[in-house]
Ligand binder design. Structure first.
Ligand SMILES: [Cu+2]
Length: 153
């Protein structure tokens, strides 16, 4: 027969774990929540091996090509103002990629046939500051140089 201590510590463990489960469930949903009114929307499409940025506010597309010898991009970048809340709608055109801004903790998969949504706040950095964007899902031969920059405008 179980002693009253066994019953007590079993119940205490159940209560503790239920509390942790409830707290982390709420936190998970809060992490995925999108802001009601972001400053800017950008559609991001991963291609082998470059990032395409579409700005619906002015209907313009940019294919951002990375040059590893100079560590620069041509053709466009992800532009945003300091402090802006940017919602990115991310998909893949060919294979699975992953859109990652390591310095900002932004990481979301770019999957063909699926749109993933993520919002983040741009740091209050000086115009001209740039943050590396790197594909973090192995996507073929030039995956390592599938880069771009978030550029503060
Ligand atoms: Cu990749």
């Amino acid at each position: 027969m179980a002693s009253k201590y066994e019953i007590a510590w079993t119940l205490a463990t159940v209560v503790l774990l239920a509390g942790v489960a409830a707290y982390s469930t709420i936190l998970l949903y809060q992490l995925d929540a999108l802001p009601a009114d972001p400053t800017e929307y950008v559609d991001v499409t991963g291609h082998q091996w470059y990032w395409e940025f579409y700005y619906p506010a002015n209907g313009s597309y940019f294919n951002s090509s990375y040059d590893a010898t100079t560590n620069t991009v041509s053709g466009g970048a992800l532009w945003a103002a300091p402090g802006a809340v940017v919602q990115i709608n991310v998909t893949g055109a060919d294979v699975i990629h992953s859109f990652n801004i390591p310095a900002l903790g932004v990481r979301i998969d770019a999957i063909p046939g699926r749109m993933n949504y993520f919002a983040f706040t741009v740091p209050n950095a000086a115009p001209g500051t740039s943050y590396l964007i790197q594909c973090t899902e192995f996507c073929g031969e030039f995956h390592g140089t599938m880069r771009s920059f978030l550029e503060i405008t």
